[in-house]
Ligand binder design. Sequence first.
Ligand code: XLS
Ligand code: MG
Length: 347
Amino acid sequence: MSKPTKYRFSFGPWNISEGADPFGPEVRKAYPHEKKYALYKQLGFDGVQFHDDDVVPGIDGLTPEQISKQAAKVKKILSNQGLVPEFVAPRLWFAPQTVDGGFTSNSAKDRRYALDRTKKSIDIARAIGSKATVLWLAREGTYIRESKNARVAYQRLLETVNAMLAHDKEIEVWIEPKPNEPTDQAYVPTIGHAIALAHASSDPSRVKGLIETAHALLAGLDPSDEMAFALAHDKLASVHLNDQNGLKYDQDKNFGSANLRAAFNQVRVLEEAGYGSRGEFVGLDVKTMRTQKGKCVTDHLKNSREIFLHLVQKVRSWDRKLERQFIDARDYEALELAVMKHIMGVK
Ligand code: XLS
Ligand code: MG
């Protein structure tokens, strides 16, 4: 057995939120991003996930010089706090140009905006010391199927990935699949789609996947199997652990809070593959409940990390001999009871 992985954790500043939802306003006071960075270490986190405008607010109205000046400022804050920028993702779902999608918009002008913005966000990633960008393809999809040519859309996505790889010779593109929300039907709904794109690209070694638990569940898939698929192809660049209670809006619940056994299996698959041993982060993408009182609530982050670490202990103390015995005997009823008792902590 190789040395146990010492996990490193990351989250994005948007994970400390004000609690607005589509039906009502903020319920907690805003907390400035700059102040959030000072909280990471004490919560047990070393990595920061970014959207481009988390680093450079108002990015669309700024000159390249203003953008690099602001990026340098954030780089300094990170190094003062001893933090690592994990990735910078273009936020392509807020601008008026991305109402109908970015790379797959029917408007050539809007597609150009999406690519330019993405190149800016790659430059920001490099400027703050990260070699990764994430494509969560929020609005690349449709509400009615007839509004776009899906075949052309997938070709455009591939051209986009190639243009990103050509723009910067070192950048890695991590594709984060999600099957729906905000669109009815999103392109690249599963990790299989993402990895197919990676292999079709001009440099497959720099295109990987990022799996978010809730996104896999929304696709009706088992997150641990999705992770296993990516790991089998050495394509799992990062994970966004959280949880989801069935097929409803994207909930970003605390890791393990809806389905502890599924969480155990995600940790088991990651552990067995040595995930993290090459510096990959265990990312969390969790939101506190809207009902939670307080300013700057961070308990959900601390708690999800704690649940992950408890599950690591559960995986490491799982009786592999017993497992082998039940598997060899094809006694899966006994195997299931043993797993359940182990998770529940009863003998
Ligand atoms: C939203 C996504 C987002 C990405 C980065 O559901 O998970 O948070 O991780 O754009
Ligand atoms: Mg995510």
